[in-house]
Design a protein around this ligand. Sequence first.
Ligand code: AHR
Length: 534
Amino acid sequence: MQRRTFLKTAAGAVAGLTGSRHALAADAEIELSPGNPGSVISPHLYGHFIEHLGGVIYDGIWVGRGSKIPNIDGIRTQFVEDMKRIGAPNLRWPGGCFADGYHWRDGIGGAAGRPRTYNYWQRQMPRGLDATETNQFGIHEFMRLCRLVGAQPYVAANVGSGTPKEFHDLVSYCNAPAGTVTLADERAANGDRAPFGVQFWGVGNESWGCGGTMRPGEYATQYRQFVTQFPAYATPFLVATGPRGHSADGDIGWTTGFFEGMRGTRPPDGFSVHYYTDLRQTKIKAGDFNAAEWYEVLLRGARLEKVIGDHWNEMGKFDQQHRTRLVIDEWGVWYPPGEEIAPGYILSQPITLRDAVHTGMAFDIFNRHADKIAMANVAQTINCIHSLFLALGDKFCRTPAYHIFDMYRPHMGAQQVPAIMKIPDLNVTGLAGAARLSGLSSSASIRDRRLTLTVTNPSLSDTVAVRARLAGQARASEARATVLTHADMRATNTLARPDEVKPAALAVRVPAGAIEFSVPRQSVVAVEVQIAPG
Ligand code: AHR
């Protein structure tokens, strides 16, 4: 059983406060200042990523027009409906590693005439299983999916095996008005007269690895060549490949080297950081684990905050105005192989309550750093790594992570609310022995006098009584709360038991100037509070 020590704020230790619970009116106190809001939390922090990999696109999303599985023009209906329900703001596609081997013209024109091509992920398929790309899901199908969901497209361009011309042709094909360039007329002939209006472009992916095994200076040269003649039909948001944030050293050298190579030229709008809570070199399983393995995942997940700060500071050395913002376009918990939902569905894994708690902690970090982050994309939305959904033929389920996206939705587009938290740290045991974890994670935001406070309790044993005080004259007129938890830390939703983990209502009180509620052990809580006028 872990003990709590030291009082902390969300950002760090509070000078002068020393640690017993008895000094507090509750186990944790949070001071909220809704009258002093900060940055807008971009809805894009709650973004998505789908790749031509295992069962993500084919079966997960694309079931085909002739399928018995309910579909809209070949796209799984249930996926569309659930993505709409959580207000999915964007979709990154077609990879990932696949993107730097993808040639977009293979995915246009009549379905029967599209070539079958090599898929990068063939190398990881189990012996005897084939990953040949059928190209039935191309740019038109992707855009249709985005329109159905109401999501902005974020297209990752092929830098590793493509050319600037191939990239520019794709941009013109997507964005030029029909009747202007030939590529726009070709798009119209293929069924989409109106331009796609793609704004978000990734200039390669993981160019230090599967995207070309480049040095940062080499990539900076490539980046400049790929963007200088960019066809500007719509104001673009160009994202450069950034570091492997989950490297042992955080990969600061990539950030330094890239921005050195960019000196004197226009900086990118976004700089991608990939941060996986990467357990692939451990024996930690996705579905079955002990207390130390629960805490190990959350300890590693919490490092994301330092990675964000370190790269932001490094970028500031080159650009004090911070014209470039971070794009965390792959994040999630990644376990070793062995628990896939089907043999060819590589990188799929069960998602448990532990991953839901990790999701809440990650979103709280994103919310607290909303001034630095333009976008974040979970890797990946369905049938891969940190999935919101698992699908296999006619079976489909929402994972516990899905419910966190739903519970955090009110933060999207709201303004940050300063939250100073006083809570003892947790002393826990991870894989390397004793460690400390913040006693709770939290973030707050406000829109139209509606305040949202989210709180995550990583403890496997302690319920935490929270008293959130509203600074100044603010008064709560009404509140409601939702909790996601389960008696079993390993609880999960499966294709056979899709509703084992689901949100429930939680009691919340609003005494004068405060909000009081209890956060159960191993849980995530979202509280919505109406602030009275005056
Ligand atoms: O999300 C799976 C893979 O992880 C992506 O293709 C790649 O970008 C990353 O290494």
